[in-house]
Structures are given as C-alpha cells and as structure tokens.
Design a protein around this ligand. Structure first.
Ligand SMILES: [Zn+2]
Length: 343
C-alpha cells in the first residue's frame, strides 16, 4: 500500500516536468524572473548572437533578464528567464504589424557573432533546443527567425523613416546552410512589414541575407548535417557517441555527401580569395588605408564613409581594435571610432 502511494506521488510529481523537460543549467537563471509577466502567446522563436565572449554574455543576460536561454560554444544550454515569462530580448521590434516582439516570442542567445560559423556542438544544442520549443508551442520552421528579422530602427540621421536593418544580430540563422544544419526546412519568404510599407529597407545587404541568396556560411557548413535528433527526449541521445545514434539514414547519406563536396568547388572561384583583415591600425596603414574621420555626435559614419559605411573594405578602429564595415552593427558605432578607407 505504502509502495503504491509512494509510486503515485512519484509519478505525479515527476511526470509533468519530465514531459516538458529541456536540459538546461539554472546557474545563470535571472533574478528578474519574478518581476516578468507571463507571456500570453508564443508565436516566434528569435535567435540572437551575443557578439561577446561566453562569461560576460551570461553575466549580462542573467543580470538583465535578456533571453530565455543562452547556448554556449560547447553546447551547454543555460536557462535565463523561465520560458513562459517575457524576456527582454528583442528591443524595438515588429513582426507582421505587431510591435514589441518580446510579448509573443522566446529568445535564444547564442554565444558568437552574426557572421561567424558556430561550432558543431553549439549548432547541435541549438537544434535540439529549438526543436523541443517548436514542438511545445507548435511552431513551424518559418516561425524560427533571427533578431535582425524583427528589429527595426526609429527614424534617425541616416534613415528618415522607420526601417528594417537596425541590427544584424543572429543574421547567420537566416542563411540556408545554417538552417539546414538546424533542421529548419523553411524560412520567412518576405518581410510583411516592408511589404505593407510600415517599414522601409534600411540595410540592403541584410535584406539579401534574410530573403535573398547571400549565404556566407555555405563553405563552413558544406558537410552533411547529422540526422534529425529532434523530439522531447533527444537529449538522452546527445549523451551517446554521435556515430551510434546520429548517423544519417543509409539511403540519404550519399545524396547528401555528393553535392556537399562539389558545392565549395563551384562557388569558390567566383569569389575573391579570402584576405585576412588587417589586425591592427599599423597594418591598416601599411596596406594603404587612410583615416577618413572620427565618428562624433555631429559626424556620423555615413557622413564620413557615405554609402560604403558598411562595406567590407571600410574599417572601424577603436582602442586598436579593427572591425570591417561588413561586420559593424550600426547600433555599436560609437563616438571616437575612426573610419579607414582605401585612398
Ligand atoms: Zn539580438
């Protein structure tokens, strides 16, 4: 009798949590949790890149409650804000006419940069987490977006209208090769807010990444993706050697490997050979770049560099750090930054 009672208690105590188990560490669970509202709906999963190293990212996210989860490069998932509450991750945002995307989305921060390939372990962990959330909230693949899909900018010196392209955060997650790695078959096909003229395009490069053919991760992710590991209990599988559980189905494998091997060969000759960007101000000068101006309150980057403000051949320097224009986040252009261009 006692055993039956005990069994009943055990089952009722553990089943509900197990059914919705997401393997995540609570080490950086935010103290802001109690003050955050319970979200009334969940319509999107928004992927971000921290643009900073792991420890600092986790501390900041935890302190400010700026994401639901954070996935490290090693593939560890940290819970920051409980998934049924609102996390402040999307900032000024709009999707399909609805503002304040925090109110109807889950935010996942991924340690890394918007234009850099992420390690395999991290991609695998993001994939598992996203799949589990998709199944919990019944979200199709095109409801998994990145921050740059939803962020928008208020009118400013550069754009007289509200515009898409305030951020490039999470940009790589819109690229087909990365989505293939994440097991996402669909992506949003167009920007409903631009179509409805609620917003204008403020960053044409970003538009081509989100909805066009720019995919700078193709060579990094040319290898065949591991077989689908989605599902509620997929984290059990993750603990076993990848060969044992993650091998692709026999008939799918050759089809996937053949084009993968040929893709880089086809695309590489079209592009210029990759040149290592200059690592220091000294190197910039040695390569024939000249300092064109310093960003200040009255001198914006576009005033100095014009339309080439975000060109890969324009460089921003601050505290001897060199950032190519193609990697600069407009939100992070700060006063005191020097802009370097070819003579
Ligand atoms: Zn973001």
């Amino acid at each position: 009798m006692v055993w039956r009672l005990l069994a009943a208690i055990t089952v009722s105590a553990f089943l509900p949590t197990l059914a919705f188990a997401i393997e995540a560490s609570n080490r950086y669970r935010s103290p802001r949790n109690p003050e955050r509202r319970i979200r009334s709906s969940t319509e999107l999963i928004v992927l971000h890149t921290t643009e900073a190293a792991e420890r600092g990212s986790l501390v900041k996210l935890c302190d400010r409650g700026e994401a639901h989860y954070c996935v490290t490069e090693a593939g560890t998932v940290y819970r920051i804000v409980d998934r049924d509450r609102e996390a402040f991750h999307a900032g000024r945002s709009m999707w399909n006419g609805k503002e304040d995307v925090d109110k109807f989305s889950i935010g996942i921060e991924c340690v890394g940069h918007h234009d850099k390939a992420m390690p395999e372990a991290q991609i695998a962990a993001i994939k598992t987490l996203v799949k589990e959330l998709q199944s919990m909230y019944r979200l199709s693949d095109d409801k998994v977006v990145c921050h740059s899909h939803v962020a928008y900018g208020a009118p400013n010196k550069w754009h007289k209208n509200k515009h898409r392209g305030r951020k490039r955060c999470g940009m790589l997650f819109a690229m087909p090769s990365v989505r293939a790695r994440l097991g996402l078959a669909k992506r949003p096909t167009s920007d409903a807010d631009v179509r409805a003229k609620r917003l204008v395009v403020g960053d044409d490069y970003l538009r081509k990444v989100l909805y066009g053919n720019i995919d700078t991760m193709r060579s990094a992710y040319a290898k065949p993706a591991p077989a689908d590991t989605g599902g509620l209990f997929s984290w059990f599988k993750r603990k076993t050697p990848p060969v044992a559980t993650d091998s692709a189905p026999a008939k799918a494998a050759p089809a996937r490997t053949t084009p993968a091997k040929t893709t880089p060969a086809k695309t590489t000759p079209a592009k210029a050979p990759p040149v290592k960007p200059p690592a220091s101000v000294k190197e910039l000068a040695a390569r024939g770049y000249v300092m064109k101006g310093t960003v200040s309150k009255n001198t914006t980057a576009s005033k100095i560099a014009g339309a080439k403000w975000n060109s890969p051949d324009t460089y921003y320097t601050i505290r001897n750090k060199v950032i190519p224009g193609s990697r600069i986040d407009p939100a992070h252009i700060e006063n005191g930054m020097c802009i370097w261009m070819k003579k």
